[in-house]
Write a protein that binds this ligand. Structure first.
Ligand code: BES
Ligand code: MN
Ligand code: ZN
Length: 496
């Protein structure tokens, strides 16, 4: 697909299709007014007659004759007060759904002058171009690697995005959005790949391939022997029940000054979660291939950094293992000494995410991090608490939590806080070890985060439980690419 930015008057740009926004009430965007004028008041007339309305994400196509465009697509953008980034993206997604399979080959999208509700950082033209770029790429995503019949070429070939100028800031904003969309799509590819292909070594090979493709990224992979030497026994304990050995994958992006402390991302990379000896029920178990969704979002984010080269240092650490129940598997009751020295009684082998993460959280101390954010499809309880709209946010630092919340609002990839209070910690008391790996049924997401917090005391840390947001079940089954937009926004807001 060819994407570009234009600041010529829309009437001077020929295209098979022009896309404009129609608010439900309130003032029209400039280009909507200009289009109406060029068409002799057609839009006003159709709205009056009830043939058009501005309900958010409602899309209407109007054939035109003797105009620079063969057709006009009118996208409802809702009421001014409701136009959050998330709702604007719904409208953009609906537009792409209409456009992606033709008949137009070239499209002029004039939606960047649709004002968003919220403060400057959310409502600026840059912010809108970013959202437009991201949604364009996101909506063109397909995953057909494992289908025999290959898809036919798309009819839509060229998208021109209308902007008020052609300066660097506007171009950069569109490009960042496009890169974010591609980063999400890479994340989705990894998440959708079947678990007989996507195993820890396959993930490690992807990290090595990224380092080869981009000079600014360095990769190091620790195998089970190296992890044994270091004492990363909980990752090893999770991997022991599988023929596929675990890996610790490190990717470093150095775009900042040498002395700038790195922002560290830690991803849960369970390439398949059977539950281990505490075997999961069979129904829907196929979906546990996305238990590497945290690591997939880290991969996608690193790719966005490599493509847009912000001035920041970022280190990614992925704890990759397969949780299987064969003869070498860890048993309920086993006690393991973690890399931190603390001992853990494993009472349920299905609570494996926190086990691979705790050693990774101890390991990252060596990078002297500015902040550490871990991403994990950690608990089913998180889906019960927040459903599929918000990722759960836990943090030992209020300023960091605030930063992440704001990044979530700006990107429309939202999070909601849950408590990390000491009151919950005693649910992890063990009779035989320093702690047990489960905290019982009450507040399962909180006790999982409490477990992690014991390994993240030495730096500013946040944990995002993305069990509900990284994956769609049902008809649209597949990886969502979240929380790549959130992570990219957070990191960009800290880049020099
Ligand atoms: N990967 C799962 C969490 C999960 C469940 C993610 C469903 C997405 C959808 C995790 O490893 C797990 O099994 N957690 C257990 C913890 C329990 C044993 C304390 C859970 O949530 O049931
Ligand atoms: Mn599990
Ligand atoms: Zn899991």
């Amino acid at each position: 697909m060819n994407f570009s930015l234009s600041s010529k008057a829309i009437t001077a740009t020929k295209a098979d299709c022009l896309v404009i926004g129609l608010p439900e009430k309130g003032e029209w965007p400039e280009t909507t007014k200009a289009t109406d004028e060029a068409l002799g008041g057609l839009i006003k007339q159709l709205e009056k007659a009830g043939d058009l309305n501005g309900k958010n994400a409602l899309v209407n196509t109007i054939p035109l004759v003797d105009q620079p465009w063969q057709r006009l697509v009118v996208v409802g953008v809702g009421k001014d007060a409701d136009r959050t980034p998330a709702n604007f993206r719904k409208a953009l997604a609906a537009m792409m759904n209409t456009l992606k399979d033709g008949p137009s080959k070239s499209v002029l999208v004039s939606l960047a002058d649709t004002h968003l509700q919220g403060e400057d950082a959310i409502s600026s033209e840059e912010a809108r171009l970013n959202l437009i770029g991201r949604t364009l790429e996101e909506q063109l995503y397909t995953f057909t690697d494992f289908k025999s019949e290959k898809p036919t070429a798309r009819k839509l070939k060229k998208v021109v995005v209308q902007a008020s100028g052609s300066g660097k800031a506007l171009k950069d904003a569109l490009n960042l959005g496009l890169a974010t969309g591609r980063g999400m799509n890479f994340t989705r590819d990894l998440g959708n790949t079947p678990p007989n292909v996507c195993h820890p070594i396959w993930l490690a090979e992807h990290a090595q391939a990224i380092a080869k493709e981009y000079d600014c990224i360095k990769t190091e992979v620790l195998d089970e022997k190296q992890m044994e030497k270091l004492g990363m026994n909980t990752i090893l304990a999770v991997g022991k029940g599988s023929k596929q050995p675990p890996r610790l994958i490190v990717m470093e992006y150095r775009g900042g000054k040498t002395k700038d402390k790195p922002y560290v991302l830690v991803g849960k990379g369970i390439t398949f979660d059977t539950g281990g000896i505490s075997l999961k029920p069979g129904e829907g178990m196929d979906e546990m291939k996305y238990d590497m969704g945290g690591s997939a979002s880290v991969f996608g984010t690193m790719k966005v950094l490599a493509e847009t080269k912000p001035k920041i240092n970022v280190v990614a650490v992925i704890a990759a293992a397969e949780n299987m129940p064969d003869g070498g598997a860890t048993r309920p009751g086993d006690i393991i000494k973690t890399l931190s020295g603390q001992t853990v009684e494993i009472l349920n082998t299905d609570a494996e995410g926190r086990l691979v993460l705790c050693d990774a959280l101890t390991y990252v101390k060596k990078f002297d991090p500015e902040t550490v954010i871990d991403l994990a499809t950690l608990t089913g309880a998180c889906i019960i608490a927040l459903g599929h709209h918000a990722s759960a946010l836990f943090s030992n630092d209020d300023a960091l939590a605030n930063d992440i919340r704001q990044a979530g609002e700006r990107s429309g990839d939202r999070v909601w806080p849950l408590p990390l209070w000491d009151d919950y910690q005693s649910q992890l008391d063990s009779n035989f070890a320093d702690m047990q790996n489960i905290g019982g049924r009450p507040a399962g997401s909180v006790t999982a985060a409490c477990f992690l917090s014991r390994f993240a005391k030495d730096y500013r840390w946040a944990h995002l439980d993305i069990a509900g947001t990284a994956w769609n079940s049902g008809k649209a089954k597949g990886s969502t690419g979240r929380p790549v937009p959130l992570l990219v926004d957070y990191l960009m807001s800290h880049a020099g």
